[in-house]
Structure formats: structure tokens, C-alpha cells
Ligand binder design. Sequence first.
Ligand code: AMP
Length: 144
Amino acid sequence: MSVSVRSILDAKGRNVVTTGSTTTLSEAAKILNEKRIGAIVIVGADGRISGIFTERDVVNAVAKHGIDSLDKQVASLMTAKVHRCREDTTVDELMELMTQKRFRHVPVEEKGKLTGIISIGDVVKSRIREIELEAEQIKAYIAG
Ligand code: AMP
């Protein structure tokens, strides 16, 4: 049985860095840098997810708009169609989604409320832990 998103969030916490869509690229880059994260979830006044803005979007914007990108609002640079998961989503399902869609962040939503975010680093960490546990079980089995 694959580990669930819920157990990852229980271990790492449910705090998500969010901002509004009028935040500029230079402000967003500062947040990414200060918080040492790769993605910011963009939320509306109601707190609901309206987009996701990641370090990849910084690179895309600078490549496309050059120095003018700094004052652009994330509303025009973010991805508005956000793939989300739930707390009962499994790590295997997340790996499949991240590989297929080629992104490294998935916000977690329960009943319209943002309850966490999973990065590809969290997925890798969880898989390594699973593999270590399996190896320990096999060793214990062999040792009798
Ligand atoms: P990332 O690999 O997460 O830095 O993101 C690569 C691209 O996919 C960026 O343009 C992001 O805005 C977008 N992206 C990241 N996560 C998601 C997601 N969960 N749903 C939709 N798009 C995403």
C-alpha cells in the first residue's frame, strides 16, 4: 500500500506560502528566495486557489519579457489551471501525475480549502523511506 499525502503532511506540516494575483514577479522572486521554496500558491480574496507560480515561471517570464518582466503581476505569468490532490491521494498517484504533467508541485485541497502542498522532494523522500523499510523487513525475514 502506497503512503498517502495525509501522512506526508502530518510529518512536514500544512503551512502553504500564498499570495494574491497582483504580486509582481520581483516580489514573488523575493518570497521564493526568502522562504527557500520553489512554488507559491496564488489565492483569491476568498482564500481559494486561483493559480500557481513557480521558479520555472520566473525563468519563462524573464526569457520572454526580459527586464520588463520584473513589474508584471503574477496573474499574467502564473498557471491558472492548477492540478490539485487530496489528502487520501497516494504518493504513487502523485509520482504518476508529476511525471506525466512535468511539474514538481501539487497543492492539496479538501472541500475547497488549501490544506498543504507536496513537492517532488517530498515524494522522493517518502519513496526512499518506503524502500528503506522494505529492505529492513526483508533483512529481518532472512535473519528469521
Ligand atoms: P514546476 O516544475 O513545479 O516548477 O512547474 C513547471 C510549470 O508547471 C510552471 O509553469 C508551473 O506554473 C506549472 N505547475 C506547477 N505545478 C502545477 C500544478 N500543480 N498544476 C498545474 N500547473 C503546475
